[in-house]
Ligand binder design. Sequence first.
Ligand SMILES: [Mn+2]
Length: 320
Amino acid sequence: MSDTRRFQPVSGMDLPRFAGIPSFMRLPVIAPEQAGAEGVQIGLIGVPWDTGTTNRPGARHGPRQMRDLSTMIRSTHPVSRVKPFEACNCADLGDVPVNPTDVQATLGRVERFYDGIVAQGIRPLTAGGDHLISLPVLRALARKGPLGMVHFDSHTDLNDSYFDGDKYTHGTPFRRAIEEGLLDPARVIQIGIRGPVYGDFEDVEWGRAQGVTIVTIDELFDRGIADVMAQARAVVGDAPTYVSYDIDFVDPAFAPGTGTPEVGGPNSYQAQQVVRALSGLDIVGADLVEVSPPFDASGGTAWLAVSLMFELLCVMAEGR
Ligand SMILES: [Mn+2]
């Protein structure tokens, strides 16, 4: 029914990788409403929106910059040797039509867009956008029941509210997701948590009281990546799992282009290792969020981000 040749990235041998119109990883661009009929199995989607940001904005520019840098991605993983574009039909399904001045309207727009994707049996790999965009994506993906989640971040994003009781910000999505029954807290693990806080650790205490496993950066480095990721695999098990990757998980020496950086984090190699350890899980969707090009003068943060999207794509595609 589908021609798999159609889903190969434009070869750098046919057209140099710096040339051409930049789709995600040089994949074909397919209209989201037709993607299922065309045979798409994994859809790369941009959500260019940062109105949930509480401090330094700019993540609305993330998808465009990430598409540009993603033209440097090649086709075979160097360690696992997975060839994601042969294992699965992947395509760029464009950007969600967001509303930059209206939080609730945008949450609705993202949810409806992903409802359409999920209804066609397509697994989404998303480029943010700020971290609030994970909430409407989870609403669409969790229709059949709560999901597990592996979450890489320097912040829990489990806060209750900001400013005047605002419940929908990029610091609150997973509190809302647990309250709405989108995530099973017993199957959620957050890794890399660090940085000074406003006064107490209410977010961490609330999460642990719900049953969320929270691994601080000290614990990650004390125990080592292999041990913590074995725990992550045990926490989420074989059931459907979402992966949410905030680029501020990575040390700002390697990823300065983000709104809320926290020093003392993993390097680029460690940032890749944690994703490689997810091999074999039932990953129903993943995102890479909080890349802010205005703070990314070299483009190096976006390059790391799309390299991590390639890591995520490989563990999503293998075995499918
Ligand atoms: Mn976050």
